[in-house]
Design a binder for this molecule. Structure first.
Ligand code: PLP
Length: 432
């Protein structure tokens, strides 16, 4: 890290990685559920490369497909058959997908989606929700509580910039509040191209919407002629083969996919209604040197093949492992008197320390205490778990019951350490 910091700001190439305690780690290898650092320490990995490693590191089917493709070329600057195969798979698996375009990162696919939505509707404004992260494209970093412009009175900026990068065309709304959205669309609906959200809000706390909310959003979008966009960069293929839209039964017009799509190889997709996607063919530019690169596309096909053909056993197993882990963490927390909750969304767990119980809203999430959660994360890293200070854990198909057991032993010890000096003052605020 000392060497890297001389030539790389903070020594990391994605800002959040600098926050890992006690220090950003430098790795030499990863396989299955395990990672190894430069000092030879082994970790059970729950960072999951920030989401893509749903099948674990170096899943054999994916690596075999990639090795075969490497022998045939990396990037053609032209088409290859695996691209159509991938689009067909996505259309088969994701309810809203009739046509598909590929990009490389989630951020870019969000950019493409906003551009397509604007062209398809002839409108400029976009509605996003408090705390929802859609990558680091400037306008989508807005995060204000219902503020029209976003960053001014924000409870917390999603991503830092030292100047206003949002502009007046992004409207920010509280999530899981149909009345607030109805009011916003009553005022601005005729100018709104798209309402963009995580349908299960992983980035803003692992929150599920209340009953009927998503269906109500769908109705409001139809009523005002706005396109509904689900950003399934995290939830896609992870919560179910068809993502959050399959789990919730609400179908958006456009969907953004990335992360779990290709087991760590860089690829993202915009998928959606054929009539909306056709504007990308006819009226808006969609570009990218690396779009559809052969290595990532074959990795995606191999990944989706595993997810599709083994769905019956793979998803229930992920649910069981993540459920056992989350329940085990909450049991240990109770035993240690730690005000810790473990919220579940499929195989994603988000820990909240000192938040109202149960955590239901983004306001509850903001009421949590980040410091003790960071202390816990550091104590866990020191005991061989690769976990983030935010408390966002990804469980993969490579994790085992033995991993969960080892993890819970480490959590027990770490909680004892963290609660030691704190035990006397620890008290979870009760929801009244
Ligand atoms: C919901 C969501 N959307 C978009 C993005 C941006 O994706 P990428 O980091 O690949 O640009 C992320 C990244 O974490 C995300 O969580």
């Amino acid at each position: 890290m000392r060497r890297a910091r001389r030539t790389v700001p903070r020594g990391v190439n994605s800002a959040r990685r600098a926050a890992l305690r006690p220090t950003p780690l430098v790795f030499t290898g990863a396989s299955g559920s395990r990672m190894t650092d430069v000092d030879g320490n082994e970790y059970i990995d729950y960072v999951g490369a920030y989401g893509p490693m749903l099948l674990g590191h170096q899943r054999p089917e994916v690596m075999d497909a990639v090795r075969a493709q490497l022998a045939a070329g990396v990037l053609y600057g032209g088409q290859h058959a695996a691209e159509a195969e991938l689009a067909e798979r996505i259309v088969r698996m994701v309810p809203s997908a009739e046509q598909v375009l590929l990009n490389v990162t989630g951020t870019e696919a969000v950019q493409a989606t906003v551009r397509i939505a604007r062209a398809a509707t002839g409108r400029r404004k976009v509605v996003k929700f408090e705390g929802h992260y859609h990558g680091w494209i400037d306008p989508m970093t807005a995060n204000g509580p219902g503020s029209p412009v976003g960053t001014g009175d924000a409870p917390r900026t999603v991503i830092a910039a030292d100047h206003d990068v949002v502009g007046p065309e992004v409207l920010v709304c509280p999530w899981d509040d149909a009345e607030a959205l109805a009011g916003l669309l009553d005022r601005h609906g005729s100018e709104v191209a798209a309402v963009v959200m995580e349908a299960v809000a992983v980035d803003s706390g692992n929150l599920w919407a209340g009953p009927g909310y998503l269906a109500q959003v769908r109705r409001l979008c139809d009523q005002h002629g706005c396109l509904l966009v689900f950003d399934e960069v995290i939830t896609g293929f992870r919560l179910a083969p068809g993502g959050a839209q399959q789990r919730t039964g609400v179908t958006p017009d456009l969907t953004v996919l990335a992360k779990a799509l290709a087991s760590g190889f860089p690829i993202s997709a915009v998928a959606g209604r054929a009539d909306v996607m056709s504007v990308a063919r006819d009226r808006v530019g969609h570009a990218g040197t690396y779009n559809g690169n052969a290595v990532s596309v074959v990795a995606a096909n191999a990944t989706l093949d595993v997810l599709e053909t083994r769905a019956d056993t793979l998803y229930p197993r992920l649910e069981r492992l993540a459920g056992g882990l989350a329940d085990g963490i909450e049991d240990l927390a109770e035993r240690h008197g730690a005000p810790l909750q473990a919220l579940r969304a499929g195989s994603v767990i988000r820990l909240h320390w000192g938040a109202p119980r149960p955590v239901r809203s983004y306001a509850d999430v903001l009421a949590a205490q980040p410091r003790p959660l960071g202390d816990l994360a550091e104590a866990l890293v020191r005991r061989g778990l690769h976990v983030r200070e935010t408390g966002l854990w990804y469980v993969s198909a490579a994790h085992t019951d033995a991993d969960v057991e080892t993890t819970l032993t480490a959590v027990d010890q770490a909680l004892a350490e963290v609660m030691g000096p704190r035990a006397a003052s620890a008290c979870a605020p009760a929801r009244t």
